[in-house]
Design a protein around this ligand. Sequence first.
Ligand code: KIV
Ligand code: ZN
Length: 524
Amino acid sequence: MSSDGVRIFVFDTTLRDGEQSPGASLNVEEKIEIARQLERLGVDVIEAGFPISSPGDFRAVQEVSKIVHNAAVCGLTRAVHKDIEVAAEALKPAKRPRIHTGLGVSDIHLKYKLRMSREEALQRGVEAVKFARRFVDEVEYFLEDAGRADPEYIYRVIEAVIDAGASVINVPDTTGYTVPEEFGALIRGIMNNVPNIDKAIVSVHCHDDLGMATANTLAGVLNGARQVEVTINGIGERAGNTSLEEVVMAIHTRKDVFKDMYTGINTTEIYKTSRLVSTLTGILVPPNKAIVGANAFAHSSGIHQDGVLKERTTYEIIDPRSVGITESKIILTARSGRHGVRHRLEELGYRFDNQQFERIYEKFLELADKKKQVYDEDLELLVADAASTVVQTYELLHVQALAGDKVVPTATVKLRHVNGEEHVATATGTGPVDAAYSAINNIVQAPNELLEFTMQAVTEGIDAMAEVTVRVRGQEGDVFTGRGSATDIVVASAKAYVQALNKLLDRRSGVRRATIGEEELEHV
Ligand code: KIV
Ligand code: ZN
């Protein structure tokens, strides 16, 4: 505790556990963009990936290590020498590298997954920490499935790995099984029963399977944890991880409960970060999501509106401006010019070199031609489109669809291959989008299964931009997300599908999970 209070460190795992959300795969450039924004947000640690899991993850950790200035950059490993060596290599450019290693501690994990005795697992953990310390000063140790493990065994493991050199102890509720009182008691037990606990920071890492990740994390903090492991928008395995925005705003808003605790987060960057992660991962934020959902600060009942107009605090516990939600008075039009567009982008937190900006400006003019007014949300979509660096094997040049209740839905699409050849195909379907997708399939020979199709209007009014997100599964089982936006819903749908297929083709042509097989990976 410093004279100004108790600092709660924020460990962001959007790029590792968050990216484990089904279909949320991010390429290296997208990870770099998110990492830059996480630094602006002020997180203390960025977990950038699991380096041994794929060449893509290795590169992501390496590239993020190069561009991050203030935060520690962390790479996940199993308690295995090879993993640790590879992570250390990827983290070499980092100013503050951290290796995050560990092993399961619950009897279920020990018996069925690791097939080890408690003693063997403890020794393996100690070995891994000592080995990791040969490469870096900061070693964090995770006790997987601690939420379902015997506390007496947990205390012994923690004491041993701190003695071996771990300075951060991660206590995960891996399966989202615990309730707040229980999880808080687990952390309190650790604080009271591990003799050398003062030599480490205790971290909490909760999953949201029962909807209690935020409550459990905060219970951990109230009982002695000083680091929280979180993701933006709460994305992550299954039901997700703890949301950064919820934990940070709870600590910030409830000073009476969290007393002198504080984080280093610049809360006005929260909304922007949420939008960026949503657009790049293709995972939409539910409208009722706390802090960052579209309705989080919307008041619809007459009584509430009346109250807020008289005095904001009658129904609002957080000032939306404190999380960066400003009601934009600036609406851009085709006449706004380069200066106006660049200025607004900078206010929204996006900075581009001239070449990147010209690409976005060109798209802006196309959009402003179709729509009279361009809102912030429209701009964010343009930025996300322009940021994509996957090889664009096919470009959508044209789509035309015929639909109605007395016609057979038919679509014609024209695509240009990266080699310059143009292809046209026409197909029928159950509706205009289905017809367009069949026509695209006739050109792009990339067998896939369409897993999900979602559409939302991003701005208001009849000329709103439609944002379509699709997820497709390729023959090798990988899932790819595509996102497209346009004022026409068939065009937005076709763009999203072509983007997903381009990612599939990109993966097919090169990057492979090469370092170790999936089966081995299961035995983390
Ligand atoms: O949920 C979990 O246990 C994890 C560990 C690998 C840290 O993500
Ligand atoms: Zn996790």
